[in-house]
Write a protein that binds this ligand. Structure first.
Ligand code: GLY
Length: 429
């Protein structure tokens, strides 16, 4: 079978790796891919957001399954376009993707479905937002309602920061349309957790929970990023907690999407906050998380491809068995470019030593010069290094020590991925 994978980051490299593990005879084509994906699949120079170009390619190449990595093509209606051509595609329709692309829609959906989340109010007018915010306690979360490339959330800790953030979004329009409506949301204390569910719209199976590390620097300080690392499994994600999240989050959310006539198919990502009040939803995403996917997939036993094919072809997954996981741990360390997350520099030469066993190297923003074969940086997050091991300490050590050996000018990475569980382990010992 021929499959098309849309995207070109480390998440897509991990997906490519897993799909080819599941079926080594799969003819995999990636659009646009990256230098690492090009080692395992054919890459075509079609942008992930070029829906017409991708749909035309899928017709010409008679693609049997399309898997979409990033949110932008989903927001642009790639699933609707492929389905109109009768092509199997894994992901939600444009209307269902609004669960990520409109934070306002997600909030009203959660209110209707009784899904636990922080209280929020929405505004399009800066004066009205400022008036309302002046009566609210800090920290206050200010969120652009639309897609803002992972930068649309500010946790404002002072009234000055609240004012600055509201003005930045509603008056200075730094996020354009994505920030033309904002949410003022109660801040939630606690520990974050990501849980993914693969769903046919009604039935779902949950994947191994993971924890992302969004701040740039060790100790969870510095600016927010797209994610500097992740680990799985997470000790606080007990089977009881997963059952609670299934019952109080996934089940009612999917039911509400069906009631609205927007059944959600594909992968639903619940970003959760855990505290003594139980799990609450911070955000939904309509696609695999990055870098959580790079940590989760190396631990997965059984076929992701078969499950994706069922969902993409509109089959029920009611009879699908729960997913099976290796009894191991995985830690992913992201190597980012000079200046990330703000003024990213590109074109730094990467030296990548051979990877030892227990280490997966997933490329994010890399390019290879056709003539010299030289690998260089081509964006903010450059590589994701996943170490696996029988303990989290072993997985983290493998990931960090290989990351240390990869060199490029201006390289940035965190050396404390998994620290919460490593500290809990140390405390328990
Ligand atoms: N790990 C955060 C995200 O994928 O949005």
């Amino acid at each position: 079978m021929k499959a098309l994978l849309v995207g070109g980051g480390a998440r897509e490299h991990a997906l490519a790796w897993k799909l080819l593990q599941d079926d080594p005879s799969l003819e995999l084509i990636c659009a646009p891919g990256n230098a690492g994906i090009a080692e395992v699949a054919d890459c075509i120079p079609v942008k992930a957001t070029d829906i017409r170009g991708l749909a035309a390619f899928a017709e010409r190449a008679d693609i049997g399954l399309t898997v979409v990595g990033p949110e932008a093509p989903l927001a642009g209606g790639i699933v609707d376009a492929f389905r109109a051509n009768g092509r199997a595609i894994f992901g939600p329709t444009k209307a269902a993707a609004e669960i990520e692309t409109s934070k306002r829609f997600a909030k009203s959906l959660m209110a209707e479905a009784g899904v636990p989340t922080a209280a929020a109010q929405h505004y399009t007018d800066a004066d009205a937002a400022l008036r309302a915010a002046s009566a609210m306690a800090t920290p206050l979360v200010i969120k652009a309602s639309g897609l803002a490339a992972g930068k649309g959330v500010v946790i404002a800790r002072s009234s000055e920061e609240v004012e600055r953030s509201i003005n930045m979004m509603l008056r200075d329009c730094v996020f354009g349309d994505a920030g033309s409506e904002i949410l003022l949301e109660q801040f939630m204390e606690g520990e974050e957790l990501s849980i993914f569910a693969i769903t046919d719209g009604t039935n779902f199976v949950t994947m191994l929970p993971a924890q992302d590390h969004k701040r740039l620097l060790d100790g969870d300080i510095g600016p927010n990023t797209g994610g500097m690392g992740a680990y799985a499994p997470v000790s606080i994600a007990t089977s009881l907690l997963i059952d609670t999240v299934s019952d109080t989050v996934f089940e009612p959310t999917l039911a509400a999407m069906r009631r609205l006539g927007r059944p959600f198919t594909g992968l639903l990502y619940a970003g959760l906050m855990l505290n003594d009040d139980g799990p609450k939803v911070v955000e939904f995403n309509c696609r695999f998380g990055d870098p959580e996917t790079e940590a989760i997939l190396p631990l997965m036993d059984g076929s992701l491809l078969d499950l994706m094919m069922m969902v993409a072809s509109g089959e029920s997954i009611a009879g699908a068995s729960p997913l099976l996981w290796k009894r191991e741990f995985a830690t992913t360390t992201v190597l980012a470019a000079h200046g990330y997350p703000d003024a990213v520099r590109q074109g730094d030469v990467i030296r990548l030593p051979p990877s030892p066993s227990g280490v997966h190297v997933f490329h994010a923003s890399t390019v290879r010069d056709n003539e010299s074969g030289q690998l260089s940086t081509a964006g903010g997050r450059v590589l994701a290094i996943t170490g696996t091991g029988r303990t989290l300490a072993e997985a983290s050590q493998r990931s960090a020590s290989y990351a240390e050996k990869v060199t490029f000018e201006g390289r940035q990475f965190r050396r404390d991925i998994g620290k919460r569980d490593l500290e809990r382990d140390a405390g328990a010992a």
